[in-house]
Design a protein around this ligand. Sequence first.
Ligand SMILES: NC(=O)c1ccc[n+]([C@@H]2O[C@H](COP(=O)([O-])OP(=O)(O)OC[C@H]3O[C@@H](n4cnc5c(N)ncnc54)[C@H](O)[C@@H]3O)[C@@H](O)[C@H]2O)c1
Length: 258
Amino acid sequence: MIDKSDVETNVVVITGAAGLIGKAFVRAVAQTGAIVIAADIDLSAAEVVANDLQDLGKVETAYLDITCPKSVDILIADLMDKHGRIDAVVNNAYPRNANYGRKLEEVTYADFSENMNLHLGGCFLIAQKFCAAFKAQGFGNVVNMSSIYGVIAPRFEVYDGTAMTMPVEYAAIKSAVLHLTKYFAQYFKGTGIRVNAISPGGIFADQPKSFLDAYGSRCAGKGMLDPQDIANTLVFLLSDQSRYITGQNLIVDDGYAL
Ligand SMILES: NC(=O)c1ccc[n+]([C@@H]2O[C@H](COP(=O)([O-])OP(=O)(O)OC[C@H]3O[C@@H](n4cnc5c(N)ncnc54)[C@H](O)[C@@H]3O)[C@@H](O)[C@H]2O)c1
């Protein structure tokens, strides 16, 4: 758990907080007693998440566009004004353009570049700007969201008979996120900043049965995971129990990538 002696002052920013995994992250981190900033480009969706967790008491919302330097600067300045510190940022937002998800042959250069720019560029921007603030305050923790598909080659056969694929941009983005994690961890050594990554396996979201069966047959027991299955790993990486872990990637995938 996040250090309980410090719970009143732990401030954790979660980007993409209104999404499938983001919601579970907000809940799990709020349950530790931390102040959670549910940040999303869709502010009204983030407000719904915060309202649902009203009983936990410490979920705040913020508008954030991870692809806009000014938006990131404003969020950091507002939080420093209000709380005087930011303990951690979870780089979880998932921007993509309208053509994202096409098969390799159909991906245009413009779409490839735009999706790299939005997701990888945004992930870099968040890490860069929060690490600058963390360096100035003398501590900070970054958790980047990668994926098993940043680690292993796609298994295209699990998508047979469906309209799904594993987008080529995603492989490039998520593998780069893993190396950026090491780069940042190395760069900020000695400054009190830790930088780690989580690589989840697939998350259940009503995918076609043929896909779920094919995917599940490669796993140890559960197959596609639920968002909560990833959240405990996030809490560990945010906590003092992982204080000597930096530059690492934790794969949470029920064995799919083996
Ligand atoms: N869902 C999965 O199966 C899975 C598996 C492995 C890794 N991941 C990773 O986990 C993270 C979260 O995925 P998800 O499935 O919850 O995504 P999601 O699409 O459900 O949610 C993404 C959230 O990001 C927000 N967002 C989009 N663009 C933004 C921007 N420019 N600035 C701020 N917020 C923005 C959206 O409004 C949304 O709330 C992603 O990095 C994704 O790659 C997901």
